[in-house]
Write a protein that binds this ligand. Structure first.
Ligand code: ZN
Length: 150
């Protein structure tokens, strides 16, 4: 996500998240897609290449175990303001309520990147007919060691 945001020259980048909804109420994100070659990207929005992302997720889920699934969305903001916009909130509420996504509690990760290259990452949880909430996060490496946390 950092690499993609840094290469976007002030435009937003975006993609989907796959991983696991754990029994303890946490979400483990294992991989983030890019937006694909047909994506549209501006300083205030990112529209992913739908066919590309669908192929990406189909391929990942086919190779993963049966609990691996779509868990939400991510995008960048070209500033350190990682609060979700109205469009962000509407979009994730749409995911939560859509039968197509089979994901009633999606997460949204927003990566803010300042022009000086500073980063701020925020995560939010959404559910139908509830206000969204900011959630704490940890960045964990393959051996379970915490590298960064909010
Ligand atoms: Zn946004």
């Amino acid at each position: 996500m950092s690499e993609q945001a840094a290469g976007a020259q002030g435009n937003e980048v975006c993609g989907i998240l796959i991983g696991y909804f754990r029994d303890d109420g946490t979400v483990e994100v294992t991989e983030a897609s890019d937006a694909g070659p047909g994506a549209k990207s501006t300083p205030t929005g990112c529209w992913r290449d739908v066919d590309y992302v669908q192929k990406w997720i189909d391929e990942k889920l086919r190779r993963g175990d049966e609990k691996l699934r779509y868990v939400g969305e991510w995008h960048s903001h070209p500033s350190l303001d990682t609060r979700p916009s109205h469009v962000d909130v509407e979009s994730l509420m749409g995911v939560a309520s859509s039968p197509n996504y089979l994901c009633p509690t999606p997460v949204m990760v927003v990566l803010g990147l300042s022009t000086q290259g500073e980063e701020k990452l925020s995560a939010y949880s959404f559910a139908v007919e509830k206000p969204y909430k900011e959630i704490v996060w940890e960045l964990v490496n393959e051996t379970g060691e915490i590298r960064q946390e909010q």
